[in-house]
Design a binder for this molecule. Structure first.
Ligand code: ATP
Length: 893
């Protein structure tokens, strides 16, 4: 073999299917053998792209030195060297190296975690190997594999089709052409333009309609548009509102800090202090006070949150969604499969001549009007019902298991159980009008060995009745009167009110008018845990609305079982929505708990109406037609198992196991993350303000500088580094979850936050200045004085970090050991501080000296005041909050 390398779509499309089969040594009916696949994988590699690191790690490290402040610091080290102050020059250089290394590690981690996010949704494919259809990761594909694609799938590799049923593929990402390209199987005459190649599918394009089977002709880097796909994969995620917010906050703070630093340096100069010293102090202060680490910490916190959610089976595809998740106050949910199990069982069939076939739950047998079913041959109506159920059905049995659409599987199960499945062999299917959520029915046309044509129809009862003019009664068709229609509808509604999905069945010999046969009531019980999840959502101020294609009775019955529909709630249909104007819908929508007989297009209208009421909407979806609604919603939620690739692509969040309960954890995380970000902003701001104020005040008071540049840089590492980051991974506070959703526009910096920041900075500044003043009494600045002041500042900062773990709860309530990262980073910082004080080489760099044990104890006692004050404030606030804490959910939605 290996015609394969260099085999492209352009070539493959000119050849017949047989020629492609021969060239790739494959077989369209069996697929490749597993051994052969392994061999090809060794030759061709995996069907994926390696996105090369464009810059080496060392270059990235060096780039850190390009920061203006770092350059200025380096300049001051050089100046110190020229002035023969070698000690200073060395100290500044070592401090810069530490600062740059910490910043580099942080940034590297942030990039790595963002890359991890991209790996969360690996594309899958359906492939025939050794005659068995398998589903696995698309990266495993090799040239010659036989793949199947259907509506909603992404084409997993470059494919030459040998079967195409109504197949249209969206190639707009490659060609810019909005209209999907129609695909067929004949060899092409030319292959110059992509539009000429009507028998190939390109890797990454989307199947909009129909289905097809094809031979893989190009994988990974060898695929035709691999480069484009690679670019799409590497696409940068847009910045989240919070990141943008943080960037602008950082810029504002930088501006103010620089102004203050300018004033400090100017003042020092006027006071006749050495210019180089003032300059170095100014620049190190700028490095410390400017919260350049803020955006990075935010990104890492968001990304880590997303990875945590992935472990809880919810994939958040876009970082901004994490924030929005915390603001969601309405979730619109599909019924089948999301709220219910999607495990359907026919529990009752009511035939047109009023026979009742019921499922005996205990034995699992079907019973006809109280009797075991004997001969079906003599029961014409039931026999016809089962014939239609079997013929108008695409479910199929493999190894004793029925696969396919769950409603059809349920019908097929009855047919099989009553030993009637041979009827399928008696007929040959000629044509199919598939079921769709828009038409809500399905028709098949079949022929038997005597050339008799038989049309089978099944679907929503009102749709089926709309096509019927007679009903089957004791072996003959009888005219369908309005009274009969009423009787049938009332039967349907009584099945519906038991929460059963109702499917009506009919047949015809000409396909024009149909004869009604009966109703099947299908049970699909609510999923386990959904009721509790809905309860939990209510408690945190999120309302759930059900959207379904099922009838009013079925929808309301299930909604009542799940507490979605309670007294005072309203149910409206898709038809009602069509009749209403936007303002009318907007007025009523808050009270609607159930939308029934809807089609996917209604979802978009519903989302828009809810959003125009200033609600933040989460919307679930799985089909191709749901994509627009998923995009329009604030949070589009796709189903990982049953969802199409298109819906997953359009969504912000994917529920891996289709479980509604996973959504709760995502909302919890979303809320928790925002609170954690607030906490470390409080920590960073208070440290930054305290450092600035400390130096500014001592300059104003004509005192010597309490901290030298290296010490300031050390403080910067604590402020921007691990302790801040560890505040971002604080476990989610259950009380935060129970609060009403945050307003989207709510700024991260609130008045309360500013007040807390100022109180903490005030205590830190007073305490540190007090130590400095106490140590300075001999009017000489000795290393001991600065070491005491520096250590006081660092201890204050660590206690401040401890207080910042929660803004409302005491450390005892949140638990001392609940955030291990915090314990590690604060422990590490304190250890670092001891090294700086007691380890001679570092003593030289930071110009420190060893302190006595009693000094340390005294400093720890003093620094704890910032923590104690914060704890008292939290206690007072929680008392106040408790008194006000009863809020009414009805005010929200
Ligand atoms: P949900 O939103 O709860 O997932 P849905 O929107 O998927 O439900 P549809 O699948 O549109 O609901 O079903 C609407 C109606 O169409 C059902 O009540 C049933 O009467 C009928 N129906 C469902 N599946 C089929 C099918 N395979 N063939 C024929 N009719 C069907």
């Amino acid at each position: 073999m290996i015609v394969m390398s260099g085999f492209s779509c352009a070539k493959a499309c000119l050849l017949s299917v047989q020629e492609v089969e021969e060239a790739l040594e494959t077989n369209t009916s069996q697929g490749l053998a597993h051994d052969e696949v392994k061999r090809r994988q060794t030759n061709h590699g995996h069907n994926e792209f390696t996105i090369e690191e464009d810059t080496s790690l060392f270059r990235k490290y060096l780039e850190q030195f390009k920061e203006p402040m770092i350059l200025l610091l380096l300049a001051s080290a050089v100046v110190s060297m020229f002035m023969k102050q070698f000690d200073d020059a060395l100290s500044i250089t070592v401090a810069i190296l530490i600062v740059v290394t910490v910043a580099f590690i942080q940034e590297y981690r942030s990039e790595k975690s963002l890359q991890e996010l991209k790996k969360l949704v690996p594309p899958k494919c359906h492939c025939l190997r050794e005659g068995v259809m398998e589903t696995f990761l698309a990266r495993e594909l090799v040239p010659g594999d036989i793949v199947t694609v259907s509506t909603g799938d992404r084409v997993p590799a470059d494919v030459r089709f040998f079967e195409a049923v109504e197949l249209s593929i969206d190639e707009s990402s490659l060609t810019g052409e909005e209209v999907p390209a129609r695909k067929s199987t004949e060899a092409c005459e030319t292959s110059t333009h992509i539009s000429d190649r009507h028998n190939v599918g390109y890797m990454g394009s989307l199947v909009r309609c129909g289905s097809g089977r094809g031979i893989v002709v190009g994988t990974g880097e060898n695929s035709e548009f691999g480069e484009i796909f690679k670019m799409m994969q590497g696409e940068e995620a847009p910045k989240t509102p919070l990141q943008v917010n943080m960037d602008s906050l950082g810029k504002q703070l930088s501006f103010y800090s620089l102004c203050i630093i300018g004033v400090i340096v100017g003042l020092g100069w006027v006071q006749g202090r050495p210019l180089v010293e003032m300059f170095t102090i100014g620049v190190s202060l700028a490095v410390a006070a400017i919260p350049e680490g803020l955006p990075i910490v935010v990104t890492v916190t968001l990304a880590l949150g997303v990875l945590r959610m992935a472990k809880r089976k919810t994939i958040v595809k876009k970082l901004p969604a994490v924030e929005t998740l915390g603001c969601v106050n309405v979730v619109c949910c599909d019924k089948t499969g999301t709220l219910t199990k999607n495990e359907m069982t026919v529990v009752e069939i009511i035939t047109s001549d009023d026979q009742h076939l019921t499922l005996d739950q205990a034995s699992g047998d079907y019973i006809l009007d109280g009797q075991h079913v004997s001969s079906l041959e003599s029961n014409h109506t039931l026999a016809k019902v089962l014939t239609v159920s079997a013929l108008c059905n695409n479910a199929h049995e493999v190894d004793g298991q029925i696969h396919g659409n769950p409603s059809e599987c349920a019908l097929m199960a009855v047919v099989t159980q009553l030993n009637f499945h041979q009827v399928q062999q008696k007929y040959q299917r000629l044509e199919e009008w598939p079921f769709s959520s828009e038409t809500k029915y399905m028709i098949t046309k079949s022929v038997d060995s005597y050339s008799n044509i038989f049309f089978s129809l099944k679907g929503a009862v009102e749709k089926v009745l709309g096509l019927c003019d007679s009903y089957y009664y004791h072996g003959a068709a009888s005219a369908l009167t309005p009274d009969d229609q009423k009787r049938i509808l009332s039967n349907a509604s009584s099945l519906g009110s038991r929460g059963l999905r109702v499917i009506a069945l009919a047949f015809s010999s000409d396909g024009k008018t149909y004869t009604y046969l009966g109703l099947a009531g299908i049970a699909d019980p609510p999923r386990q845990g959904v009721l509790e999840s809905i309860e939990a959502l209510y408690q945190c101020g999120v309302k759930v609305k059900m959207i379904t294609g099922d009838s009013k009775e079925t929808a309301v019955a299930i909604a009542q079982q799940l507490n979605i529909f309670t007294s005072g709630d309203v149910a409206i249909s898709g038809v009602d929505i069509d009749k209403m104007t936007q303002p009318q819908l907007r007025d009523i929508i808050s009270r609607v708990a159930v939308f029934y007989r809807t089609s996917p297009k209604h979802k978009t209208v519903i989302v828009k109406a809810l959003r125009s009421n200033e609600l933040v909407v989460g919307m679930t979806g799985d089909g191709v037609n749901d994509a627009i609604a998923l995009k329009t919603a604030d949070i589009g939620i796709a189903m990982g198992k049953s969802g199409t690739d298109v819906s997953k692509e359009a969504a912000d969040v994917i529920l891996v196991d289709d479980r509604f309960t996973s959504l709760i954890s995502a909302i919890e995380e979303g809320r928790g993350i925002f609170h954690n970000i607030r906490n470390f902003v409080l920590f960073q701001l208070s440290t930054s303000i305290a450092a600035l104020t400390l130096i500014a005040l001592s300059t104003l008071l004509k005192m010597p500088n309490p901290l030298n540049p290296m010490q300031i840089l050390w403080v910067n590492i604590l402020m921007d580094g691990p302790p801040a980051q560890s505040l971002g991974v604080e476990p989610v506070d259950p009380d935060v979850i129970r609060q009403p959703p945050r307003q989207v526009k709510e700024h991260i910096i609130t008045r309360g936050l500013v007040l807390n920041t100022l109180i903490s900075s005030f205590i830190i500044v007073c305490g540190t200045l007090f130590i400095f003043w106490k140590e300075l009494r001999d009017n000489m600045v000795t290393p001991r004085d600065t070491t005491m002041t520096f250590t006081a500042f660092v201890f204050f900062d660590m206690f401040n970090a401890l207080a910042c773990r929660s803004q409302t709860k005491s450390f005892l309530q949140i638990g001392i050991f609940t955030n291990k990262a915090f314990l590690l980073s604060v422990g590490g910082s304190i250890l670092g501080q001891f090294l700086v004080i007691y380890f001679p080489p570092l003593q030289a760099v930071f110009q420190t000296e060893a302190l006595y044990f009693s000094d340390i104890m005294f400093l720890l006692g003093l620094a704890s005041t910032v923590f104690i004050v914060a704890e008292i404030r939290k206690l007072v606030m929680s008392r106040k909050f408790c008194c006000r804490k009863s809020y009414n959910l009805d005010n929200i939605v």
